[in-house]
Design a protein around this ligand. Structure first.
Ligand SMILES: C[S@@+](CC[C@H](N)C(=O)[O-])C[C@H]1O[C@@H](n2cnc3c(N)ncnc32)[C@H](O)[C@@H]1O
Ligand SMILES: *[C@@H]1O[C@H](CO)[C@@H](O)[C@H](O)[C@H]1NC(C)=O
Ligand SMILES: *[C@@H]1O[C@H](CO)[C@@H](O)[C@H](O)[C@H]1NC(C)=O
Length: 336
């Protein structure tokens, strides 16, 4: 019996030891991987608290070999239009000079609207309150408005802070194909859902028509227009298309609308798994190219425009940046 027992122990002891050694090796390599990953992100000034998320958020294409079209966006905006003129200028440019709230609702849509139907996603998160208090914005641009939940919340916050903030709501007000499976109460006629009309109704019901101006177009064409007419926002909220390409284009175009020196851009769904983590990957890539620090906040992300003196050099070569650095150098050489 004793001999048997000893023989058995002799048999499984080395097995157990090598098993333990293997497990320890595995854990060590995972630990090292996570540490390296965190280090890389730290260098890019990206804070990631969740270590597994860190491993997943790596982007490794060779960006230097991509054509500059990928990084070059319409960003030569007209000089800022004075705030006092923004409302009437936009009404003229977009609505033939007549407020979209005037005479609303007309008889053919009135029967299909609810007095109030406001459903959003994280639309009253703490980040809105904090950023409005920090920035005290005079002009906010929102990309992605839907029924107006976040815009109305921001209008309410700014009112309670004694501000007279103007909020431009960019949305094509079409939601997405099939959104009415979840929003059956939004009436549809000839295939056109009344999302825009219900949004207008919500703004009227909550008494914020003085603060909110809809810009009912695609984010691309709306932002090109705002850039051309000299709109400069103190705060921009990005919450429209959540796939990489939409988010990437929105973030890049919106950046050009931010008031120099002070603006903050933030957006929803930084950690969203849907659309192959499109939002997170677009935000990370943008921050990496611009050498910006990403501040995650709940499910939101925040990017602050660096003050000119505190500007960090981009982590990797952004073709646009390299060219402008070369231009700057040439200019310095010729002017000295
Ligand atoms: C998630 S919802 C916005 C929610 C809103 N921020 C809230 O908190 O209540 C996204 C919106 O983006 C709009 N959208 C998506 N892609 C767009 C595009 N390319 N141009 C304009 N609007 C777009 C949709 O119509 C939809 O209303
Ligand atoms: C506005 O804020 C007040 C105070 O927090 C709140 O009671 C009210 O419901 C809000 N109104 C809207 C329309 O969000
Ligand atoms: C909006 O204004 C009307 C008229 O002044 C008032 O009766 C109503 O209570 C207000 N609604 C809200 C949500 O503040």
């Amino acid at each position: 019996m004793g001999i048997h027992g000893n023989g058995g122990r002799r048999h499984w002891q080395p097995l157990l030891l090598s098993g333990l050694a293997f497990f320890a090796g595995l854990m060590t390599s995972l630990f090292l991987k996570i540490e390296t990953c965190k280090e890389v992100l730290r260098e890019r000034s990206v804070e990631v608290e969740d270590p597994i998320l860190c491993l997943k958020s790596q982007i490794e294409p060779d960006l230097k070999s991509l054509p500059s079209d990928f990084f070059t966006f319409h960003n030569k905006c007209r000089e800022a239009t004075p705030l006092a003129k923004v409302r009437s200028m936009l009404l003229d440019e977009i609505f033939d000079g007549v407020s979209p709230f005037e005479g609303f609702p007309s008889p053919h849509v009135a029967p299909f609207l609810r007095k109030e139907s406001i459903k959003g996603w994280g639309s009253r998160a703490k980040v809105f309150d904090e950023l409005l208090k920090e920035v005290r914005p005079q002009l906010i641009v929102e990309l992605g408005t839907f029924l107006g939940a976040s815009a109305i919340h921001m209008a309410n916050l700014s009112q309670s802070m004694g501000l007279q903030t103007l909020i431009l709501c960019i949305d094509d007000f079409r939601g997405w194909p099939g959104f009415r499976y979840t929003f059956k109460d939004i009436h549809q006629e000839h295939g056109q859902a009344m999302l825009y009309y219900q949004f207008l109704q919500n703004v009227i019901t909550t008494n914020f028509t003085h603060a909110i101006i809809p810009v009912p177009f695609s984010t691309t064409s709306a932002m090109a227009k705002l850039c051309d007419v000299g709109i400069q926002a103190d705060l921009i909220e990005v919450d429209a298309g959540h796939d990489f390409h939409s988010a990437w284009a929105d973030i890049n175009r919106a950046w050009a609308l931010l008031r120099p020196g002070v603006g903050i851009m933030f957006g929803h769904d930084y950690y969203l798994r849907a659309d192959n983590r499109g939002v997170g990957r677009a935000v990370n890539l943008f921050a990496r190219l611009k050498g910006l620090h990403i501040q995650p906040h709940g499910s939101h992300w925040i990017l602050r425009r660096p003050r000119p003196s505190a500007r960090r050099s981009p982590v990797i070569s952004d073709p646009e940046h390299v060219r402008s650095e070369k231009r700057k150098k040439r200019w310095q050489e010729t002017s000295s």
